[in-house]
Design a protein around this ligand. Structure first.
Ligand code: GRF
Length: 204
């Protein structure tokens, strides 16, 4: 049966709580049309790698620092994806840039989770805690998370799913980040992965 599922690679750089949400939702059946076949980390020390190992998922490290060029970095990633017959790529806290040379090869097959309601607080420089700092500095009362397809425009690809989260009095970037993760990211990323996998499966 598992041969019928869409083969998914999750690309990570850090803690991997979004990866964990995907693993858990695959176990509980929310993700049924795809299968996480590979985890690629840009960081050899990412805790996400421990999560992959614990779940018995094949994993690999491709460090940008150890590559002499962006081209070499992307070539290594592309080879791993091809070797493992990957059909869908999920960027879950992947902190490296992927160039247009890479993204054009996977139209509507790369998805990303961003911790704001795009088009607010997105694009160049808006990553990690900076996103939540900017939301608090602006004074928005509602923020959230967005899952979108990845193309050549940073955070500019077609939106797949969004979920709003309220900002509370006294929030710090850290408390807001946590609430956005728990109440939005960990919910919509698995749902969006299932939606896209199902559509890819149906179009096969
Ligand atoms: C998340 O906030 C995600 O939206 C952002 O990076 C963070 C990754 O966290 N792009 P984790 O590694 O999944 O815990």
């Amino acid at each position: 049966m598992s041969n019928d599922k869409i083969k998914i690679a999750v690309m990570v750089s850090g803690g991997g709580t979004n990866l964990q949400a995907l693993i858990d939702k695959q176990k509980s059946g929310v993700i049924a049309s795809g299968e996480i076949s590979l985890v690629i980390s840009s960081n050899p020390n990412a805790f996400a790698l421990e999560r992959a190992k614990k779940a018995g998922i094949k994993n690999a490290v491709v460090s940008r620092k150890e590559c002499s060029s962006q081209q070499e970095f992307e070539k290594k990633i592309s080879s791993l994806l091809a070797e493992n017959k990957i059909e869908l790529i999920v960027l879950a806290g992947f902190m490296c840039i992927l160039s247009e040379n890479f993204t054009v090869k996977f139209p509507k097959r790369i998805i990303n989770i961003h911790p704001s309601l795009i088009p607010s607080f997105c694009g160049k420089g808006f990553y990690g805690l900076h996103v939540h700092e900017a939301a608090l500095a602006y004074g928005v009362k509602v923020t959230g998370a967005t899952v979108h397809f990845v193309n050549e425009i940073p955070d500019g690809g077609e939106i797949i799913m969004q979920k709003a989260v309220e900002v509370e009095d006294g929030d710090t970037p850290q408390t807001l980040q946590k609430r956005v993760m728990v109440n939005a990211e960990w919910i919509i990323l698995p749902q969006a992965v299932e939606k896209v996998s199902r559509e890819l499966l149906e179009s096969k």
